[in-house]
Design a protein around this ligand. Structure first.
Ligand code: LIP
Length: 298
């Protein structure tokens, strides 16, 4: 994709994406936007780590676009980019909170002296998109305290959209605009997202059944290729609902906090909160989650 530089601002949040304090909602009514709280020290640590890793990923994304034309393809290069971003996240977070443990997509579990805190990290969620030069990928950082998810940061560096949330303090886009899940209740009007199991993953026939049922009922179905992005966009009310099976804790940890803090419900496909153990997830407003869960999971 030539000319990508115009899409890589990597600043502190574009004016374009901030909203006036009062704006029209998606239902056409005027709503007051609550003022954003200043980000906490914790969110600052997570955000700075994400932005630093993003600079490395964005540089490599530029290279990947060139490599598309080579016969060997960019697969090894992408894997190196992924590892490099993870090393940056590990270094930065470890510097700020040296006692905390880690669960990372590439590096696995690293125990910390502080057994109650654990970072859950995906340095590059949407690897297939990145590999193909599709500018939809994210860095995802979740924090668990005593087994509870308490903070999340998801950064889409190409759009320069930073989604943040801390338990009890709300969810924000670019630290300014408060996020709310969509209020829509009519399934027939809903635009929902999902993940399609790719080659080598289980669940192809089951997925086709779920899709067939869902597509008969909803207004539209989308697939971004990044579970973290799907959750962030659900928190922002862009998707009315999102479900996916067979994903990993690092794909969803940050997104779970962000959706919850945006007033949404996140469950597994049986309706319990074992998403991280089971690997399946559904998110949206409470009404929509129940309706779509009944449709796809019976
Ligand atoms: C991806 C997920 C996505 C899923 C892909 C893949 P990765 O994670 O976020 O939702 O559908 O198959 O698992 O591998 O890019 O970190």
């Amino acid at each position: 994709m030539a000319g990508q530089t115009a899409l890589t601002p990597l600043g502190n949040g574009p004016a374009l994406l901030s909203r006036p304090r009062s704006c029209n909602s998606r239902n056409g009514t005027t709503q007051q936007q609550p003022a954003a709280m200043p980000a906490s020290a914790l969110i600052n640590v997570m955000t700075q780590a994400a932005r630093k890793a993003a600079r490395s990923l964005v540089r490599d994304f530029g290279e990947v676009e060139q490599l598309q034309v080579s016969i060997k393809g960019p697969a090894n290069f992408v894997s190196a980019a992924d590892h490099k971003a993870e090393e940056i996240l590990f270094r930065e977070l470890n510097k700020a909170r040296p006692q905390y443990g880690f669960l990372m997509e590439e590096g696995g579990e690293v125990e910390g002296a502080d057994k109650s805190h654990r970072w859950i990290i995906d340095p590059l969620d949407g690897t297939t998109n990145f590999l193909h030069g599709i500018p939809l990928f994210t860095i995802s950082i979740g924090l668990e305290r005593d087994g509870q998810l308490v903070a999340g940061v998801i950064y889409n560096p190409i759009a320069d959209e930073l989604f943040t949330a801390e338990k009890g303090k709300g969810a924000f886009l670019n630290e300014k605009r408060r996020l709310r899940v969509a209020a829509r209740k009519t399934v027939g009007d809903a635009v929902i997202a999902t993940g399609i199991p790719h080659r080598g993953r289980p669940g192809h026939p089951g997925f086709l059944k779920e899709m067939t049922t869902a597509m008969r009922e909803v207004a539209g179905i989308r697939r971004t290729g990044s579970a973290a992005l799907d959750l962030a966009w659900t928190a922002a009310g862009r998707f009315d609902c999102y479900w996916e099976r067979n994903i990993k804790p690092w794909d969803m940890a940050a997104g779970i906090v962000i959706v919850r803090e945006a007033g949404g419900l996140v469950t597994d496909l049986q309706g319990s909160d074992k998403m991280m153990d089971k690997g399946d997830v559904i998110a949206g407003n409470g009404h929509m989650v129940k309706a779509i869960r009944t449709l796809v999971a019976g």
